[in-house]
Write a protein that binds this ligand. Structure first.
Ligand code: HEM
Length: 96
């Protein structure tokens, strides 16, 4: 299912994390096409552990990056339950 061009498009084999920029359900032509840990009674037993490991690895990698708010940032707090930056918060990444 994760390799089907009818679901993901002709660029299915390309590494394009931006597919998920608007959430998992918008990433493909089928709402529930992304099931990396499978689903149902035999879904992955290690899902929570794997996700925790991934977050720890990401946190370790982020330690070597300094984040700076881009000069294109426009301060426009927008209330949707919590406050969100209306035009996003573009960042400049500096590798330490
Ligand atoms: C990114 C990491 C992982 C991915 C993408 C993944 C994915 C999957 C998938 C798709 C299945 C179902 C396989 C099937 O239907 O035949 C599965 C099963 C399973 N996974 Fe993972 N897994 C991951 C990590 C782990 C880890 C870290 C553990 C254990 C510490 C683990 C333990 C298991 C077990 C025991 C099953 C069998 C569950 C059953 O048959 O009832 N997985 N995994």
């Amino acid at each position: 299912m994760h390799h089907d061009p009818q679901i993901w498009g002709d660029d299915v084999n390309e590494f394009r994390p931006d597919r998920f920029a608007h959430g998992i359900s918008s990433a493909s032509k089928m709402n529930f096409a992304f099931l990396p840990f499978s689903s149902g009674p035999r879904f992955c037993e290690g899902q929570n552990f794997a996700m925790m490991e991934t977050k720890m690895a990401l946190a370790m990698m982020l330690r070597s990056i300094h984040f700076e708010l881009s000069s294109s940032y426009l301060h426009a707090p927008f209330p949707i339950i919590t406050l969100l930056p209306q035009y996003g918060a573009p960042l400049v990444l500096h590798y330490l």
